[in-house]
Design a protein around this ligand. Structure first.
Ligand SMILES: NC(=O)C1=CN([C@@H]2O[C@H](COP(=O)(O)OP(=O)(O)OC[C@H]3O[C@@H](n4cnc5c(N)ncnc54)[C@H](OP(=O)(O)O)[C@@H]3O)[C@@H](O)[C@H]2O)C=CC1
Ligand SMILES: CC(=O)[C@@H](O)[C@H](O)COP(=O)(O)O
Ligand SMILES: [Mn+2]
Length: 384
């Protein structure tokens, strides 16, 4: 029987690549749900091709148009945030791929776990915000949370057949982004366009900016902590500009395992969908002759402040990573709209961490409130 997939965020970078994986293995996978926020045209095109049971369009103003476009197709059309959280519970779904951006992934992921669905998680912000609640719920419901993020897929692959107790440390690789080696003076003048020019990966705008500030790597450290049940002290970052070694695990005997491959998100997506099996494909492969040197260097946390701030939040715990995520979403959005400069993003995040109310043992409601409070505080600073 085919694995039945709900794809949340089907019109984005991970979403469209997930559909490529599904197309490559159409004998194994079937699309049951597709969702988008505002890209109605692509959602309709995808729905006509993959014929899901349900589509969800986030933007209410596009609902009527999507419904009209799909009226001959026997596809249910829903709209809005509540629909996104409800659609993951339908009984025909086996796997929910969460390819939404930011905080928007949290509630649908929780609902999907509550409904007992396997989670293939790209949306790292869900674990940054409430990794404790997500992983606890997954344990309670006996649900697997399979990583799509390339570094976490690498670690997951390195850990296959190993016991967590023998892990000494997890080493996350970072490309260093488009501004690797630059100083703060340089960063003050960088443009939106320069920041969106990632050296190795073609991704959505939000994560591309996070890669440029290295916040992405800080978030990935928090994501690793929750996914692999490890301590912050066990997590290291190393800059690897070629993005071929996707991450490494060092064990208690000093032995290191790494996972390598070309920077192509279809690989970790396919691994999450096919786990515990592996599937063949016809995509380009890594060849040593094309990469005569793989290099590694230290991350500069003085220049790339966001990485230090994310680590500070991870060590502090409680709702602090949730606060950082909210402030970062506001700051990245303001940078993308050219309201603030690149370096101001760190300033806004740091000040929000300082001003927002700290909660040591937050529950779900605390996370919702912290997210709101931090957004207001960060937005005030954007306004100034
Ligand atoms: N892209 C990559 O290679 C990688 C991404 N990730 C993570 O995966 C997630 C997705 O990233 P990416 O695919 O790049 O992002 P994109 O911006 O390319 O796509 C996001 C998708 O989610 C939808 N969406 C965005 N915001 C909302 C919202 N508030 N409510 C409902 N739907 C929404 C978008 O719809 P619409 O198109 O209509 O706006 C789109 O379908 C992120 O958390 C990112 O950090 C992790 C590793 C690699
Ligand atoms: C593809 C992927 O997993 C991204 O999260 C990637 O890691 C971004 O590159 P950086 O290493 O520059 O953050
Ligand atoms: Mn990553």
């Amino acid at each position: 029987m085919k694995r039945r997939i709900a794809l949340l965020g089907s019109t984005g970078s991970i979403g469209t690549q997930t559909l490529q994986v599904i197309e490559q293995h159409s004998d194994l996978y079937q699309v049951v749900v597709l969702t988008a926020r505002k890209n109605a045209a692509l959602l309709v095109e995808q729905a006509r091709k993959y014929k899901p049971q349900v589509v969800v369009i986030g933007d209410h103003s596009k609902y009527k148009w999507v419904k009209e476009q799909l009226q001959k197709y026997n596809i249910q059309v829903c709209c809005g945030e509540e629909a996104l959280a409800q659609v993951v519970t339908i009984k025909e779904i086996d796997v929910v791929v969460v390819a939404l951006v930011g905080f928007s992934g949290l509630l649908p992921t929780m609902k999907a776990i509550e409904a007992g669905k396997t989670i293939a998680l790209a949306n790292k912000e869900t674990l940054v915000v409430a990794g404790d609640l997500i992983m606890e719920l997954a344990r309670k419901k006996n649900v697997s949370v399979l990583p799509i993020d390339s570094e976490h897929s690498a670690i997951f692959q390195c850990l296959a057949g190993e016991k967590t107790q023998f892990v000494d440390k997890v080493i996350l690789t970072a490309s260093g982004g488009p501004f690797r080696g630059k100083d703060v003076e340089f960063l003050r003048k960088v443009t939106r366009c320069q920041a969106l020019n990632h050296p190795n990966w073609k991704m959505g705008d939000k994560i591309t900016i996070d890669s440029a500030t290295l916040m992405n790597k800080g978030f990935e450290a928090i994501e690793a902590k929750w996914l692999f049940d490890i301590q912050p002290e066990q997590i290291e970052i190393v800059v690897h500009p070629q993005s071929i070694v996707h991450s490494l695990v060092m064990f208690c005997d000093g032995s290191i395992k790494a996972q390598l491959g070309l920077p192509d998100m279809r690989l970790p997506i396919q691994y999450a969908l096919s786990y515990p099996e592996r599937l063949e494909n016809n995509w380009p492969r890594f060849n040593f002759s094309e990469y005569p040197s793989l290099t590694f260097e230290k991350a500069d946390v003085k220049v790339f402040r966001n990485l230090a701030l994310a680590f500070e939040a991870m060590h502090k715990g409680g709702n602090m990573p949730c606060i950082v995520n909210a402030a970062n979403e506001v700051a990245v959005d303001a940078f993308l709209k050219s309201k603030i400069g690149f370096v101001q993003m760190s300033h806004i995040i740091e000040q929000t961490m300082f001003k927002a109310s700290f909660v040591e043992n937050p529950d779900f409601t605390d996370y919702l409130e912290s997210d709101k409070e931090a957004r207001v505080l960060a937005a005030e600073m954007v306004g100034k």
